[in-house]
Design a protein around this ligand. Structure first.
Ligand code: AMP
Ligand code: MN
Length: 328
């Protein structure tokens, strides 16, 4: 049977046994993915285990101050010395292996670390915890289980992971467990005001211009209970934006009174539409994302369509109408 646990010990034991690790995460990485990878690289190094971080897509510029972020490589294919040069792959936040965006990752043993719903435990070892507020919190627990003192850098990186995935401790995953871990990270040197400045005040001009493009076609459904946004390739071009500039846009209509869910459809290359969902309370957008082959969490989810933008947008709007209609 594949060892699967929400206890960090198995993951620590497996990492300690490795000699050289390839760390990777889901496409279009966010704060939880990058922060967790960097902290894991430090934990590996404390065991004398070498590691290399390789992601398929670049991180948003708001994460460019993270300690050690310069070591993160971005590539379309796995390194030339893979798999021979590695005896372990760690996937961070990949509910399916394909979400990492690399072919052939399964040629080495995998340690799968995730907090998404319905991760099928595809690893040799699986450290999975749906209840975890962020993978960064799970990595923090690995330091504790290993008896390794986290550095200021590890505290900072895991705090970024936790703060971004909980929406600055405002989403429904901001439960006592998140605050306990945050308190420990701050005790170890993470500085919330500095991190908040990096993450919120380090935006690009292009991301604000893209917000303008998205708001031009803002529309609502179910009597204002959901909002819908979309940007196509031309909008990206007018804004001078790329896939890393989309992050906070979805939160703007979410702040409108009465809006329970938001969907944001993004098309930055022909024939491919990346859809993000956010919601409040019991409105389960993960079920909608999952019905289109995606996934995520109750209040934050996503999926991908291989169609044109308007077709994808109509389909997800119809599903949201059904979801909210059923919840009257
Ligand atoms: P995003 O809108 O990209 O920030 O994603 C919100 C949440 O949904 C994150 O936890 C993602 O990992 C998850 N998610 C996004 N896209 C997908 C997908 N295609 N399949 C599974 N989960 C996804
Ligand atoms: Mn996460």
């Amino acid at each position: 049977m594949t060892p699967t646990s929400n206890d960090p010990t198995l993951a620590v034991v497996r990492l300690r046994r490795a000699r050289r690790v390839l760390l990777t995460c889901h496409r279009n990485p966010d704060g939880d993915a990058i922060g967790s990878e960097l902290a894991l690289a430090e934990l590996a190094s404390s065991f004398g285990v070498e590691s290399v971080i390789v992601n398929r897509d670049p991180a948003p510029v708001t994460l460019s101050e993270l300690p050690g972020v310069g070591t993160v490589m971005v590539a379309e294919t796995l390194p030339d010395d893979f798999p021979e040069g590695y005896d372990l792959v760690i996937t961070v936040e990949c509910p399916e292996l394909e979400r990492a965006g690399f072919n052939g990752l399964d040629q080495a043993p995998i340690l799968n670390i995730d907090h998404h719903r319905a991760n099928p435990a595809y690893g040799e070892v699986n450290y999975l915890d749906e209840e975890a507020p962020a993978v960064g919190e799970m990595v923090w627990a690995m330091f504790k289980a290993a008896g390794v003192e986290p550095s200021v850098e590890a505290a900072t990186n895991t705090y970024v992971a936790l703060a971004t995935d909980t929406g600055d401790f405002c989403y429904s995953n901001a439960r006592p467990r998140a605050f306990r871990a945050a308190a420990e990270m701050v005790e170890r040197g993470a500085d919330p005001p500095t991190i908040s400045e990096w993450v919120h005040d380090g935006r690009t001009e292009a991301s604000v211009r893209l917000l303008g493009e998205a708001l031009k076609n803002l529309r609502f459904g179910c009597d204002g209970r959901f909002a819908s946004l979309a940007v196509d390739e031309e909008a990206f071009a007018r804004a001078g934006a790329d896939s890393t500039d989309t992050d906070e846009i979805i939160n703007i209509p979410r702040a409108i009174g009465g809006v329970e869910a938001v969907v944001f459809c993004k098309q930055w290359e022909p024939g491919l539409v990346k859809v993000s969902f956010r919601s409040r309370g019991r409105v389960d957008v993960c079920s909608v994302a999952a019905s289109f082959g995606g996934g995520g969490h109750t209040n934050a989810a996503g999926c991908t369509f291989k169609t044109d933008l308007e077709t994808a947008r109509r389909q997800v709007e119809t599903s949201l109408t059904e979801l909210l209609g059923g919840q009257g």
